[in-house]
Ligand binder design. Sequence first.
Ligand SMILES: *Cc1c(COP(=O)(O)O)cnc(C)c1O
Length: 373
Amino acid sequence: MGNIAMVDLISQYRHIENEINDRFREICESSAFIGGKYVKAFSSDLAAYMNVKHVIPCANGTDALQLALMALQLKPGDEVITTAFTFVATAEVIALLGLKPVFADIDEQTFNIDVEDVERKITPHTKCIIPVHLFGQAADMDAVMNLSRKHNIPVIEDNAQSIGCFINQEDSKGYTGSIGNMGTCSFFPSKNLGCYGDGGAVTTNDDDLAHALRMVANHGSAIRYHHTMIGVNSRLDNLQAAVLYTKLPHLDAYNTARQFAADYYDELLSDVEEVVVPFRDQKSKHVFHQYTLRIKKDRDGLANHLKQNGIAHGIYYPIPLHLQEAYLGSEYGEGDLPNSEQACREVLSLPMHSELTRPIQETVINAIKAYYA
Ligand SMILES: *Cc1c(COP(=O)(O)O)cnc(C)c1O
């Protein structure tokens, strides 16, 4: 067997290539690159799938977060609480807008934001909470929304890694991204619903926010050449929308394939003491954007061993955001968010995608077993 990659977008493409190629040709022959029918069709299909009133398409998942924060019209210095254990984009847009990122620790088991720590960090300046549904499993949205109501603070769900994950809590019932005031998606190629370039969207049930989001994404303008607020240019293009429109009907099947693969990894690893398989809570159905282990013995040695055997892996994430050079204010130091720091030392993600086969998984796990033998 050749090298084993984290994702396999080519095999997935093979199943839908006729539709994709026909739609690409149609778009090229009509030169409807900006706007266009697939942008509309995909946005309304995604709204129907997620059961949200509005989908505002945009250029990528980072922009989606930025648009969502801009739509809230916060003031410089306002504080936004998010998790220290996530992709940098979440904190980056906060800082970029002159707002202050405040980092909360994570739950040891789920890697998701620790809502009790969020509550401890709320001040009179806290103007938004951004939970991230990390690796494909929902944050505790009942707890987040309780805090939100209690302190009257809006919530943006960073849903870049969990599209299609259904939450089934006491009060929060629905897809990730449909519970808070807004949700943000990324359609980066390797995400659970990925296009063939960059893409993103903001989801909301709030008409006023939807209006603000559309304006912000379009240079602060609702009427052409009339700019009532400062905005940006952030668009999903028609080619990317055509890919997403073609793939959305398969999203549940893609996620089911990931879940089956995760089950099989769990089974193969059941007698490997050095690793802890992903914890699945009962609050939502994990869609395994990543299959992330905790390695209790010599993580970096194992990572190197996998690499030497041609097996890709990911360390998501090696450094928590509160210890990143760019975000190191005087406020944070080592030991402040111990669960995030420990996760950074222990995590290792295995190849995970919708086309994974049992022989590939067996090769991956045999390599792990050989390392500890
Ligand atoms: C991928 C990702 C983003 C950013 O999405 P892009 O489309 O790459 O800009 C934001 N947040 C999280 C948690 C992500 O995983």
